[in-house]
Write a protein of this length. Sequence first.
Length: 336
Amino acid sequence: MTVSTGILAPGSMSLVTTIDERFQSFDIALPEPDAGASTPGAQVSSSAPASTTGARKPLRASSRRPPSASAGVANELADRRFRSLVRALSPMVLQVSGPSAARIYVPRHDEFPPRPPQGFDAVLPRELQPQVIDFAESIGADLETIQTPPIGDAGLESAEELLDPVEYVDRLGALARSGVSIAAHHALATQEAPMQTSLINEDDHTPRPAYWAALLWRRLMGTAVLDSGLHTIEGLHVYAHALRGLPEGVAALVVNTSPTITRRLAVPIDCVRYTLRADVSEGGALRLNGRLLSLSSEGSLPRLTGLPTRRGPLIFTPRSITFLACPDAKRAPSSR
């Protein structure tokens, strides 16, 4: 079933708000402290108070880890493939949390306070400080160590939203349009979190499906949020930003959340199309314009090549994500 929905007119979109360049930000989830740990300030509370920067539902359950837990985290942060995948999403803010989303204070240099500062639940264990700081510096990330000014923490509400790239990117679009400056998500990767809560597989450091959606967002969606003019269509959510690196262009995000209905939109200008769909036969792996997305044998990211598309009616199949890059949008005649 195909339903004609309306007109997407990039040339006439007005500015709604702006977001931070580090809009997609993430979390490093630490395990429960090693058994017998005695480092001052290293213990993590079993529950976290409500965030002062927004409602946040913990995604990770507390679990007792073996004495090698800190070493496992350090090895993960030092892994070259892991760093390469995370660097592709930068710049970002990195938060550090423990069991039940407890907030962890990251000391500067040789500082080691006897107790966590106000607003935090624990201090990062001494043995992990250099690894976490070096990781953040290597990927071009800012470590969040204070709560003022607030960064607009607006975490995704369930593990399933990180597992499902359609839900993940739809949430990104809604948060940006609502005025959230930085959306702090769970998580990059962690050996403690359930598998589905992280963008990167903890076992082999390969991208999960939502990672590819996050990567396309990072490469195409700029910081100026625009009015798409299409807000109230059930099952079809349309977002628009300035095109990254080309403020006069427009990047539109069309998310068809319906499992059965194909949508049709009229687009009056030429654009470059990037459509992501899950391949059931490949266990939910994503295809970009029909090509399966995967790392090379050396662990490198593939080229994310768009499909040049002429103006006219465009089809959006069920449960699909489509980014439309329109570099000439502001030179196109208004369609409304």
